[in-house]
Design a protein around this ligand. Structure first.
Ligand SMILES: *Cc1c(COP(=O)(O)O)cnc(C)c1O
Length: 346
């Protein structure tokens, strides 16, 4: 089966008990067992047993703020060590690997500057050094990029974004083809207890069925908007993996089948201009998050990336005049009209 067909049918067979075509929502915390001590397929969702590790991790320096916060403010307290490098140059990753490095963590394309990392090149370093490579594939979605096929061990998704696709749930998924890693993740999930509720799972299952058609529209809408932005005299710079002058164009072409719905741009002027544009739009909603059917726009320096100290933000190239868009699947003419009106007022 091909991608769009699998997205609709894989793992979503009709319910054997009732024939229900969609997966039913099982709102239960426990399941009846036929005999004591002999576990059925379903028993209970979680047992408690916190786990500690003492390992080193090499991570990209331009990763999702929440990931950075988890590494730096939570896991570091458990004895894990982190080194942050620019993984666009695989040499930087290679040099940062130590004897006790257990994991390399990258994200591509990155948020919000749409930088692209060569997954295949980093996976070779991971293999050579016997470490696990994790790729946060949230921005691309599995429709546009498959890290496991490029040598990654685990592909991570915020299902809140494109997989759910309708901005109505919070969830995540870690995908692996390695049976040992899979077993370990399953153990940790049960031990730690980070499990999604049945309704959230159901919403993700429903969202995935339309992933292919949604991504096609995200691709074409974002491409047209990137071209519109390039022509605006008030726009200093546009960041989008689909642009012919993207600095990692060759890597983009090798590992992505489309360029997605995320883009960002720098506006000429200062914060006032950003504020003016962002409050003038009516089809684009001023909000954080991404990957839903509706178009969202935001100002990273004061919103999604406000928790990063300004100095560090500047070093990463996230300027005060940067604006990020999650281009939705509305009629592109309405999106362009909205932007046209917004830019007129500047
Ligand atoms: C949103 C996001 C996350 C976190 O996902 P949640 O669903 O909010 O927990 C991680 N990585 C990337 C790239 C994201 O955009």
């Amino acid at each position: 089966m091909r991608f769009s067909t699998k997205a609709i049918h894989a793992g979503q067979d009709p319910d054997p008990a009732t024939g229900s075509v969609t997966v039913p929502v099982y709102l239960t915390s426990t399941y009846m067992q036929l005999k004591p001590g002999r576990e059925g397929k379903y028993v209970y969702s979680r047992t408690a047993n916190p786990t500690r590790n003492a390992h080193h991790v090499v991570a990209g320096d331009d990763i999702y703020g929440g990931t950075y916060r988890l590494f730096d403010q939570v896991l570091r307290n458990y004895g894990l060590q982190f080194t942050y490098v620019d993984p666009r140059s695989p040499d930087n990753v290679e040099k940062a690997v130590r004897k006790n490095t257990k994991m390399i963590w990258i994200e591509t394309p990155t948020n919000p500057l749409m930088r692209v990392v060569d997954i295949r090149a980093i996976s070779k370093i991971a293999t050579k050094n016997h470490t696990v490579l994790v790729v946060d594939n949230t921005f691309a979605s599995p429709y546009l990029q498959n890290p496991l096929k490029l040598g990654a061990d685990i592909s991570v998704h915020s299902t809140t974004k494109y997989l759910g696709g309708h901005s109505d749930l919070i969830g995540g998924a870690a995908i692996t083809a390695d049976a040992d890693i899979g077993k370990r993740l399953k153990f940790l999930q049960n031990a730690v207890g980070a499990v999604p509720g049945p309704l959230d799972c159901w919403l993700v299952l429903r969202g995935i069925k339309t992933l292919a058609v949604r991504m096609d529209r995200h691709n074409s809408n974002a491409k047209q908007i990137s071209e519109f932005l390039l022509k605006q005299p008030k726009v200093e710079q546009v960041y989008y993996p689909g642009l012919p002058d993207h600095p990692q164009r060759d890597v983009v072409k090798r590992q992505m089948r489309g360029y997605g719905g995320m883009l960002s741009f720098e506006l000429k002027g200062g914060f006032r201009e950003c504020e003016k544009l962002l409050t003038k739009l009516s089809v684009f909603t001023l909000a954080e998050s991404l990957g839903g059917v509706e178009s969202l726009i935001e100002h990273p320096a004061s919103m999604t990336h406000a928790s990063i100290p300004r100095q560090r933000r500047m070093e990463q190239g996230i300027k005060d005049t940067l604006i990020r868009m999650s281009v939705g699947i509305e009629d592109v003419e309405d999106l362009l009209d909205d932007l046209q009106r917004g830019f007129k007022g500047l």
